[in-house]
Design a protein around this ligand. Structure first.
Ligand code: 5GP
Length: 213
């Protein structure tokens, strides 16, 4: 799929594990019910409470590889030793429907998305510090100390990729981070290309022809 100009916006939200991305995105979806969230494929095991088809599509490494080889993935990456990917068919369907899409993925996947969708809105969520990140991961209680140590050192590396993103939200305070995320979504919708694709008759009535007029 090429760089489609469409009525919807494609938001790519990236953050080191424990930066608070999942809670922020959940709250954003409550505020913005028209956003649709992609459910990724992963080879990692479900965490307690995670449901197949809701949080992720949980697949074996063999199934993942078969999908990948068949070109079923819009983007994919290995993160913390597991495969993660976004469905190509799902993205194409949502773009065609003009929906606003949210991808909650890692930075390597984001780079692949930006190559195809040059107007994708990249948002990087940073923790206020690495110490705060470690504390959050510990409090979450989902990972072993060894995994937490691995994720903190991965975060150090991931933070270096923040410059690839149009927006950086520092998640010091949940409410203000959510407000910033919400503002980015609202502003993205007023972009010329999106407005024009959403309501071509309005622009035609003003005598506006091509997207560059
Ligand atoms: P977790 O295992 O903690 O749910 O996710 C680990 C990392 O994988 C996170 O940075 C998350 O954003 C990323 N991730 C989740 N789904 C995808 C995906 O479809 N593609 C890519 N590239 N990364 C993903």
């Amino acid at each position: 799929m090429s760089d489609l100009s469409h009525a919807g916006s494609l938001f790519v939200i990236v953050a080191p594990s424990g930066a608070g991305k999942t809670s922020l995105v959940r709250a954003l979806l409550e505020r913005q019910p028209r956003l649709v969230l992609s459910v990724s494929f992963t080879t990692r095991a479900p965490r307690p409470g995670e449901r197949d088809g809701v949080d992720y599509f949980f697949v074996t490494p063999e199934q993942f590889e078969a999908h990948r080889a068949a070109g079923a993935f819009f983007e994919w990456a290995q993160v913390h030793g597991n495969g993660y990917a976004t469905s190509r068919a799902w993205i194409e369907e949502q773009v065609r429907a003009g929906h606003d899409i949210v991808l909650e993925i890692d930075w390597q996947g984001a780079v692949q998305v930006f190559q195809v969708f040059r107007d994708a809105v990249g948002i990087f969520i940073a923790p206020p510090s690495l110490a705060a990140l470690e504390e959050r991961l510990t409090r979450r209680g989902q990972d072993s100390p060894a995994v937490i140590a691995q994720r903190v050192s991965a975060a150090r590396v991931e933070m270096r990729e923040a410059g690839r993103f149009q927006h950086v939200i520092i998640n010091q305070d949940f409410a203000s981070a959510l407000g910033q995320l919400d503002a980015i979504v609202e502003a993205a919708r007023t972009r010329y290309a999106q407005q024009r694709a959403r309501d071509p008759e309005f622009f035609a009535s003003l005598g506006v022809g091509s997207t560059q007029d």
